[in-house]
Write a protein that binds this ligand. Structure first.
Ligand code: COA
Length: 138
């Protein structure tokens, strides 16, 4: 599998980002919204196999000591081949001095545990109303 890793946002088809997020059951927005979000991020990673975008992820960060990972997705047909791990490791490589937090989709905790992440005891969040459903412990 000949993979290409891209870390800049020029030339990205944002409709494909929205479609891919929808396909894997994650929150998605209008293409322009994803464009602004990825471009405003500290780190963006896109993985291509030939000319097809098969996975991506991004992190917001101060670049010094705190960061947060979002929108990690690998197309179903490309899952289970180490692409997700490659995306996370590439992001972490861009933020070597940072603590990293993220919200794991239910069922994906094991993926992050294998990469060294642990569940936080006192994680707190404030979600927009539409995204809060089912995410709080009480
Ligand atoms: C989660 C996701 C990004 C993982 O990507 P992937 O390319 O399939 O994962 P990888 O092949 O890189 O897996 C790396 C390791 O994690 C393990 N793993 C992958 N998914 C797992 C899961 N749900 N639970 C436990 N372990 C998992 C793999 O077995 C592999 O283990 P190994 O290193 O011992 O072989 C992908 O399944 C996906 O896009 N899912 C839908 C969207 C989603 O939920 N994204 C996460 C948002 S928080």
């Amino acid at each position: 599998m000949a993979l290409k890793i891209i870390t800049d946002c020029s030339g990205i088809d944002w409709q494909t980002i929205a479609d891919s997020l929808k396909k894997v059951g994650m929150a998605y927005h209008e293409p322009e919204v994803h464009k602004r979000a990825f471009e405003a991020s500290h780190t963006a990673v896109f993985v291509y196999e030939e000319s097809q975008l098969i996975g991506f992820g991004r992190a917001i960060s101060d670049g010094e000591y705190q960061g947060a990972i979002y929108d990690v997705a690998v197309l179903p047909e490309a899952q289970g081949k180490g692409i997700g791990k490659l995306i996370i490791q590439t992001i972490l490589g861009q933020l070597p001095s940072c603590n990293i937090i993220l919200y794991a989709t239910p069922g994906m905790e094991g993926f992050y545990k294998k990469l060294g992440f642990g569940a936080m005891k006192t994680g707190m969040a404030l979600f927009t109303t539409s995204q809060a459903m089912g995410k709080f412990t009480e």
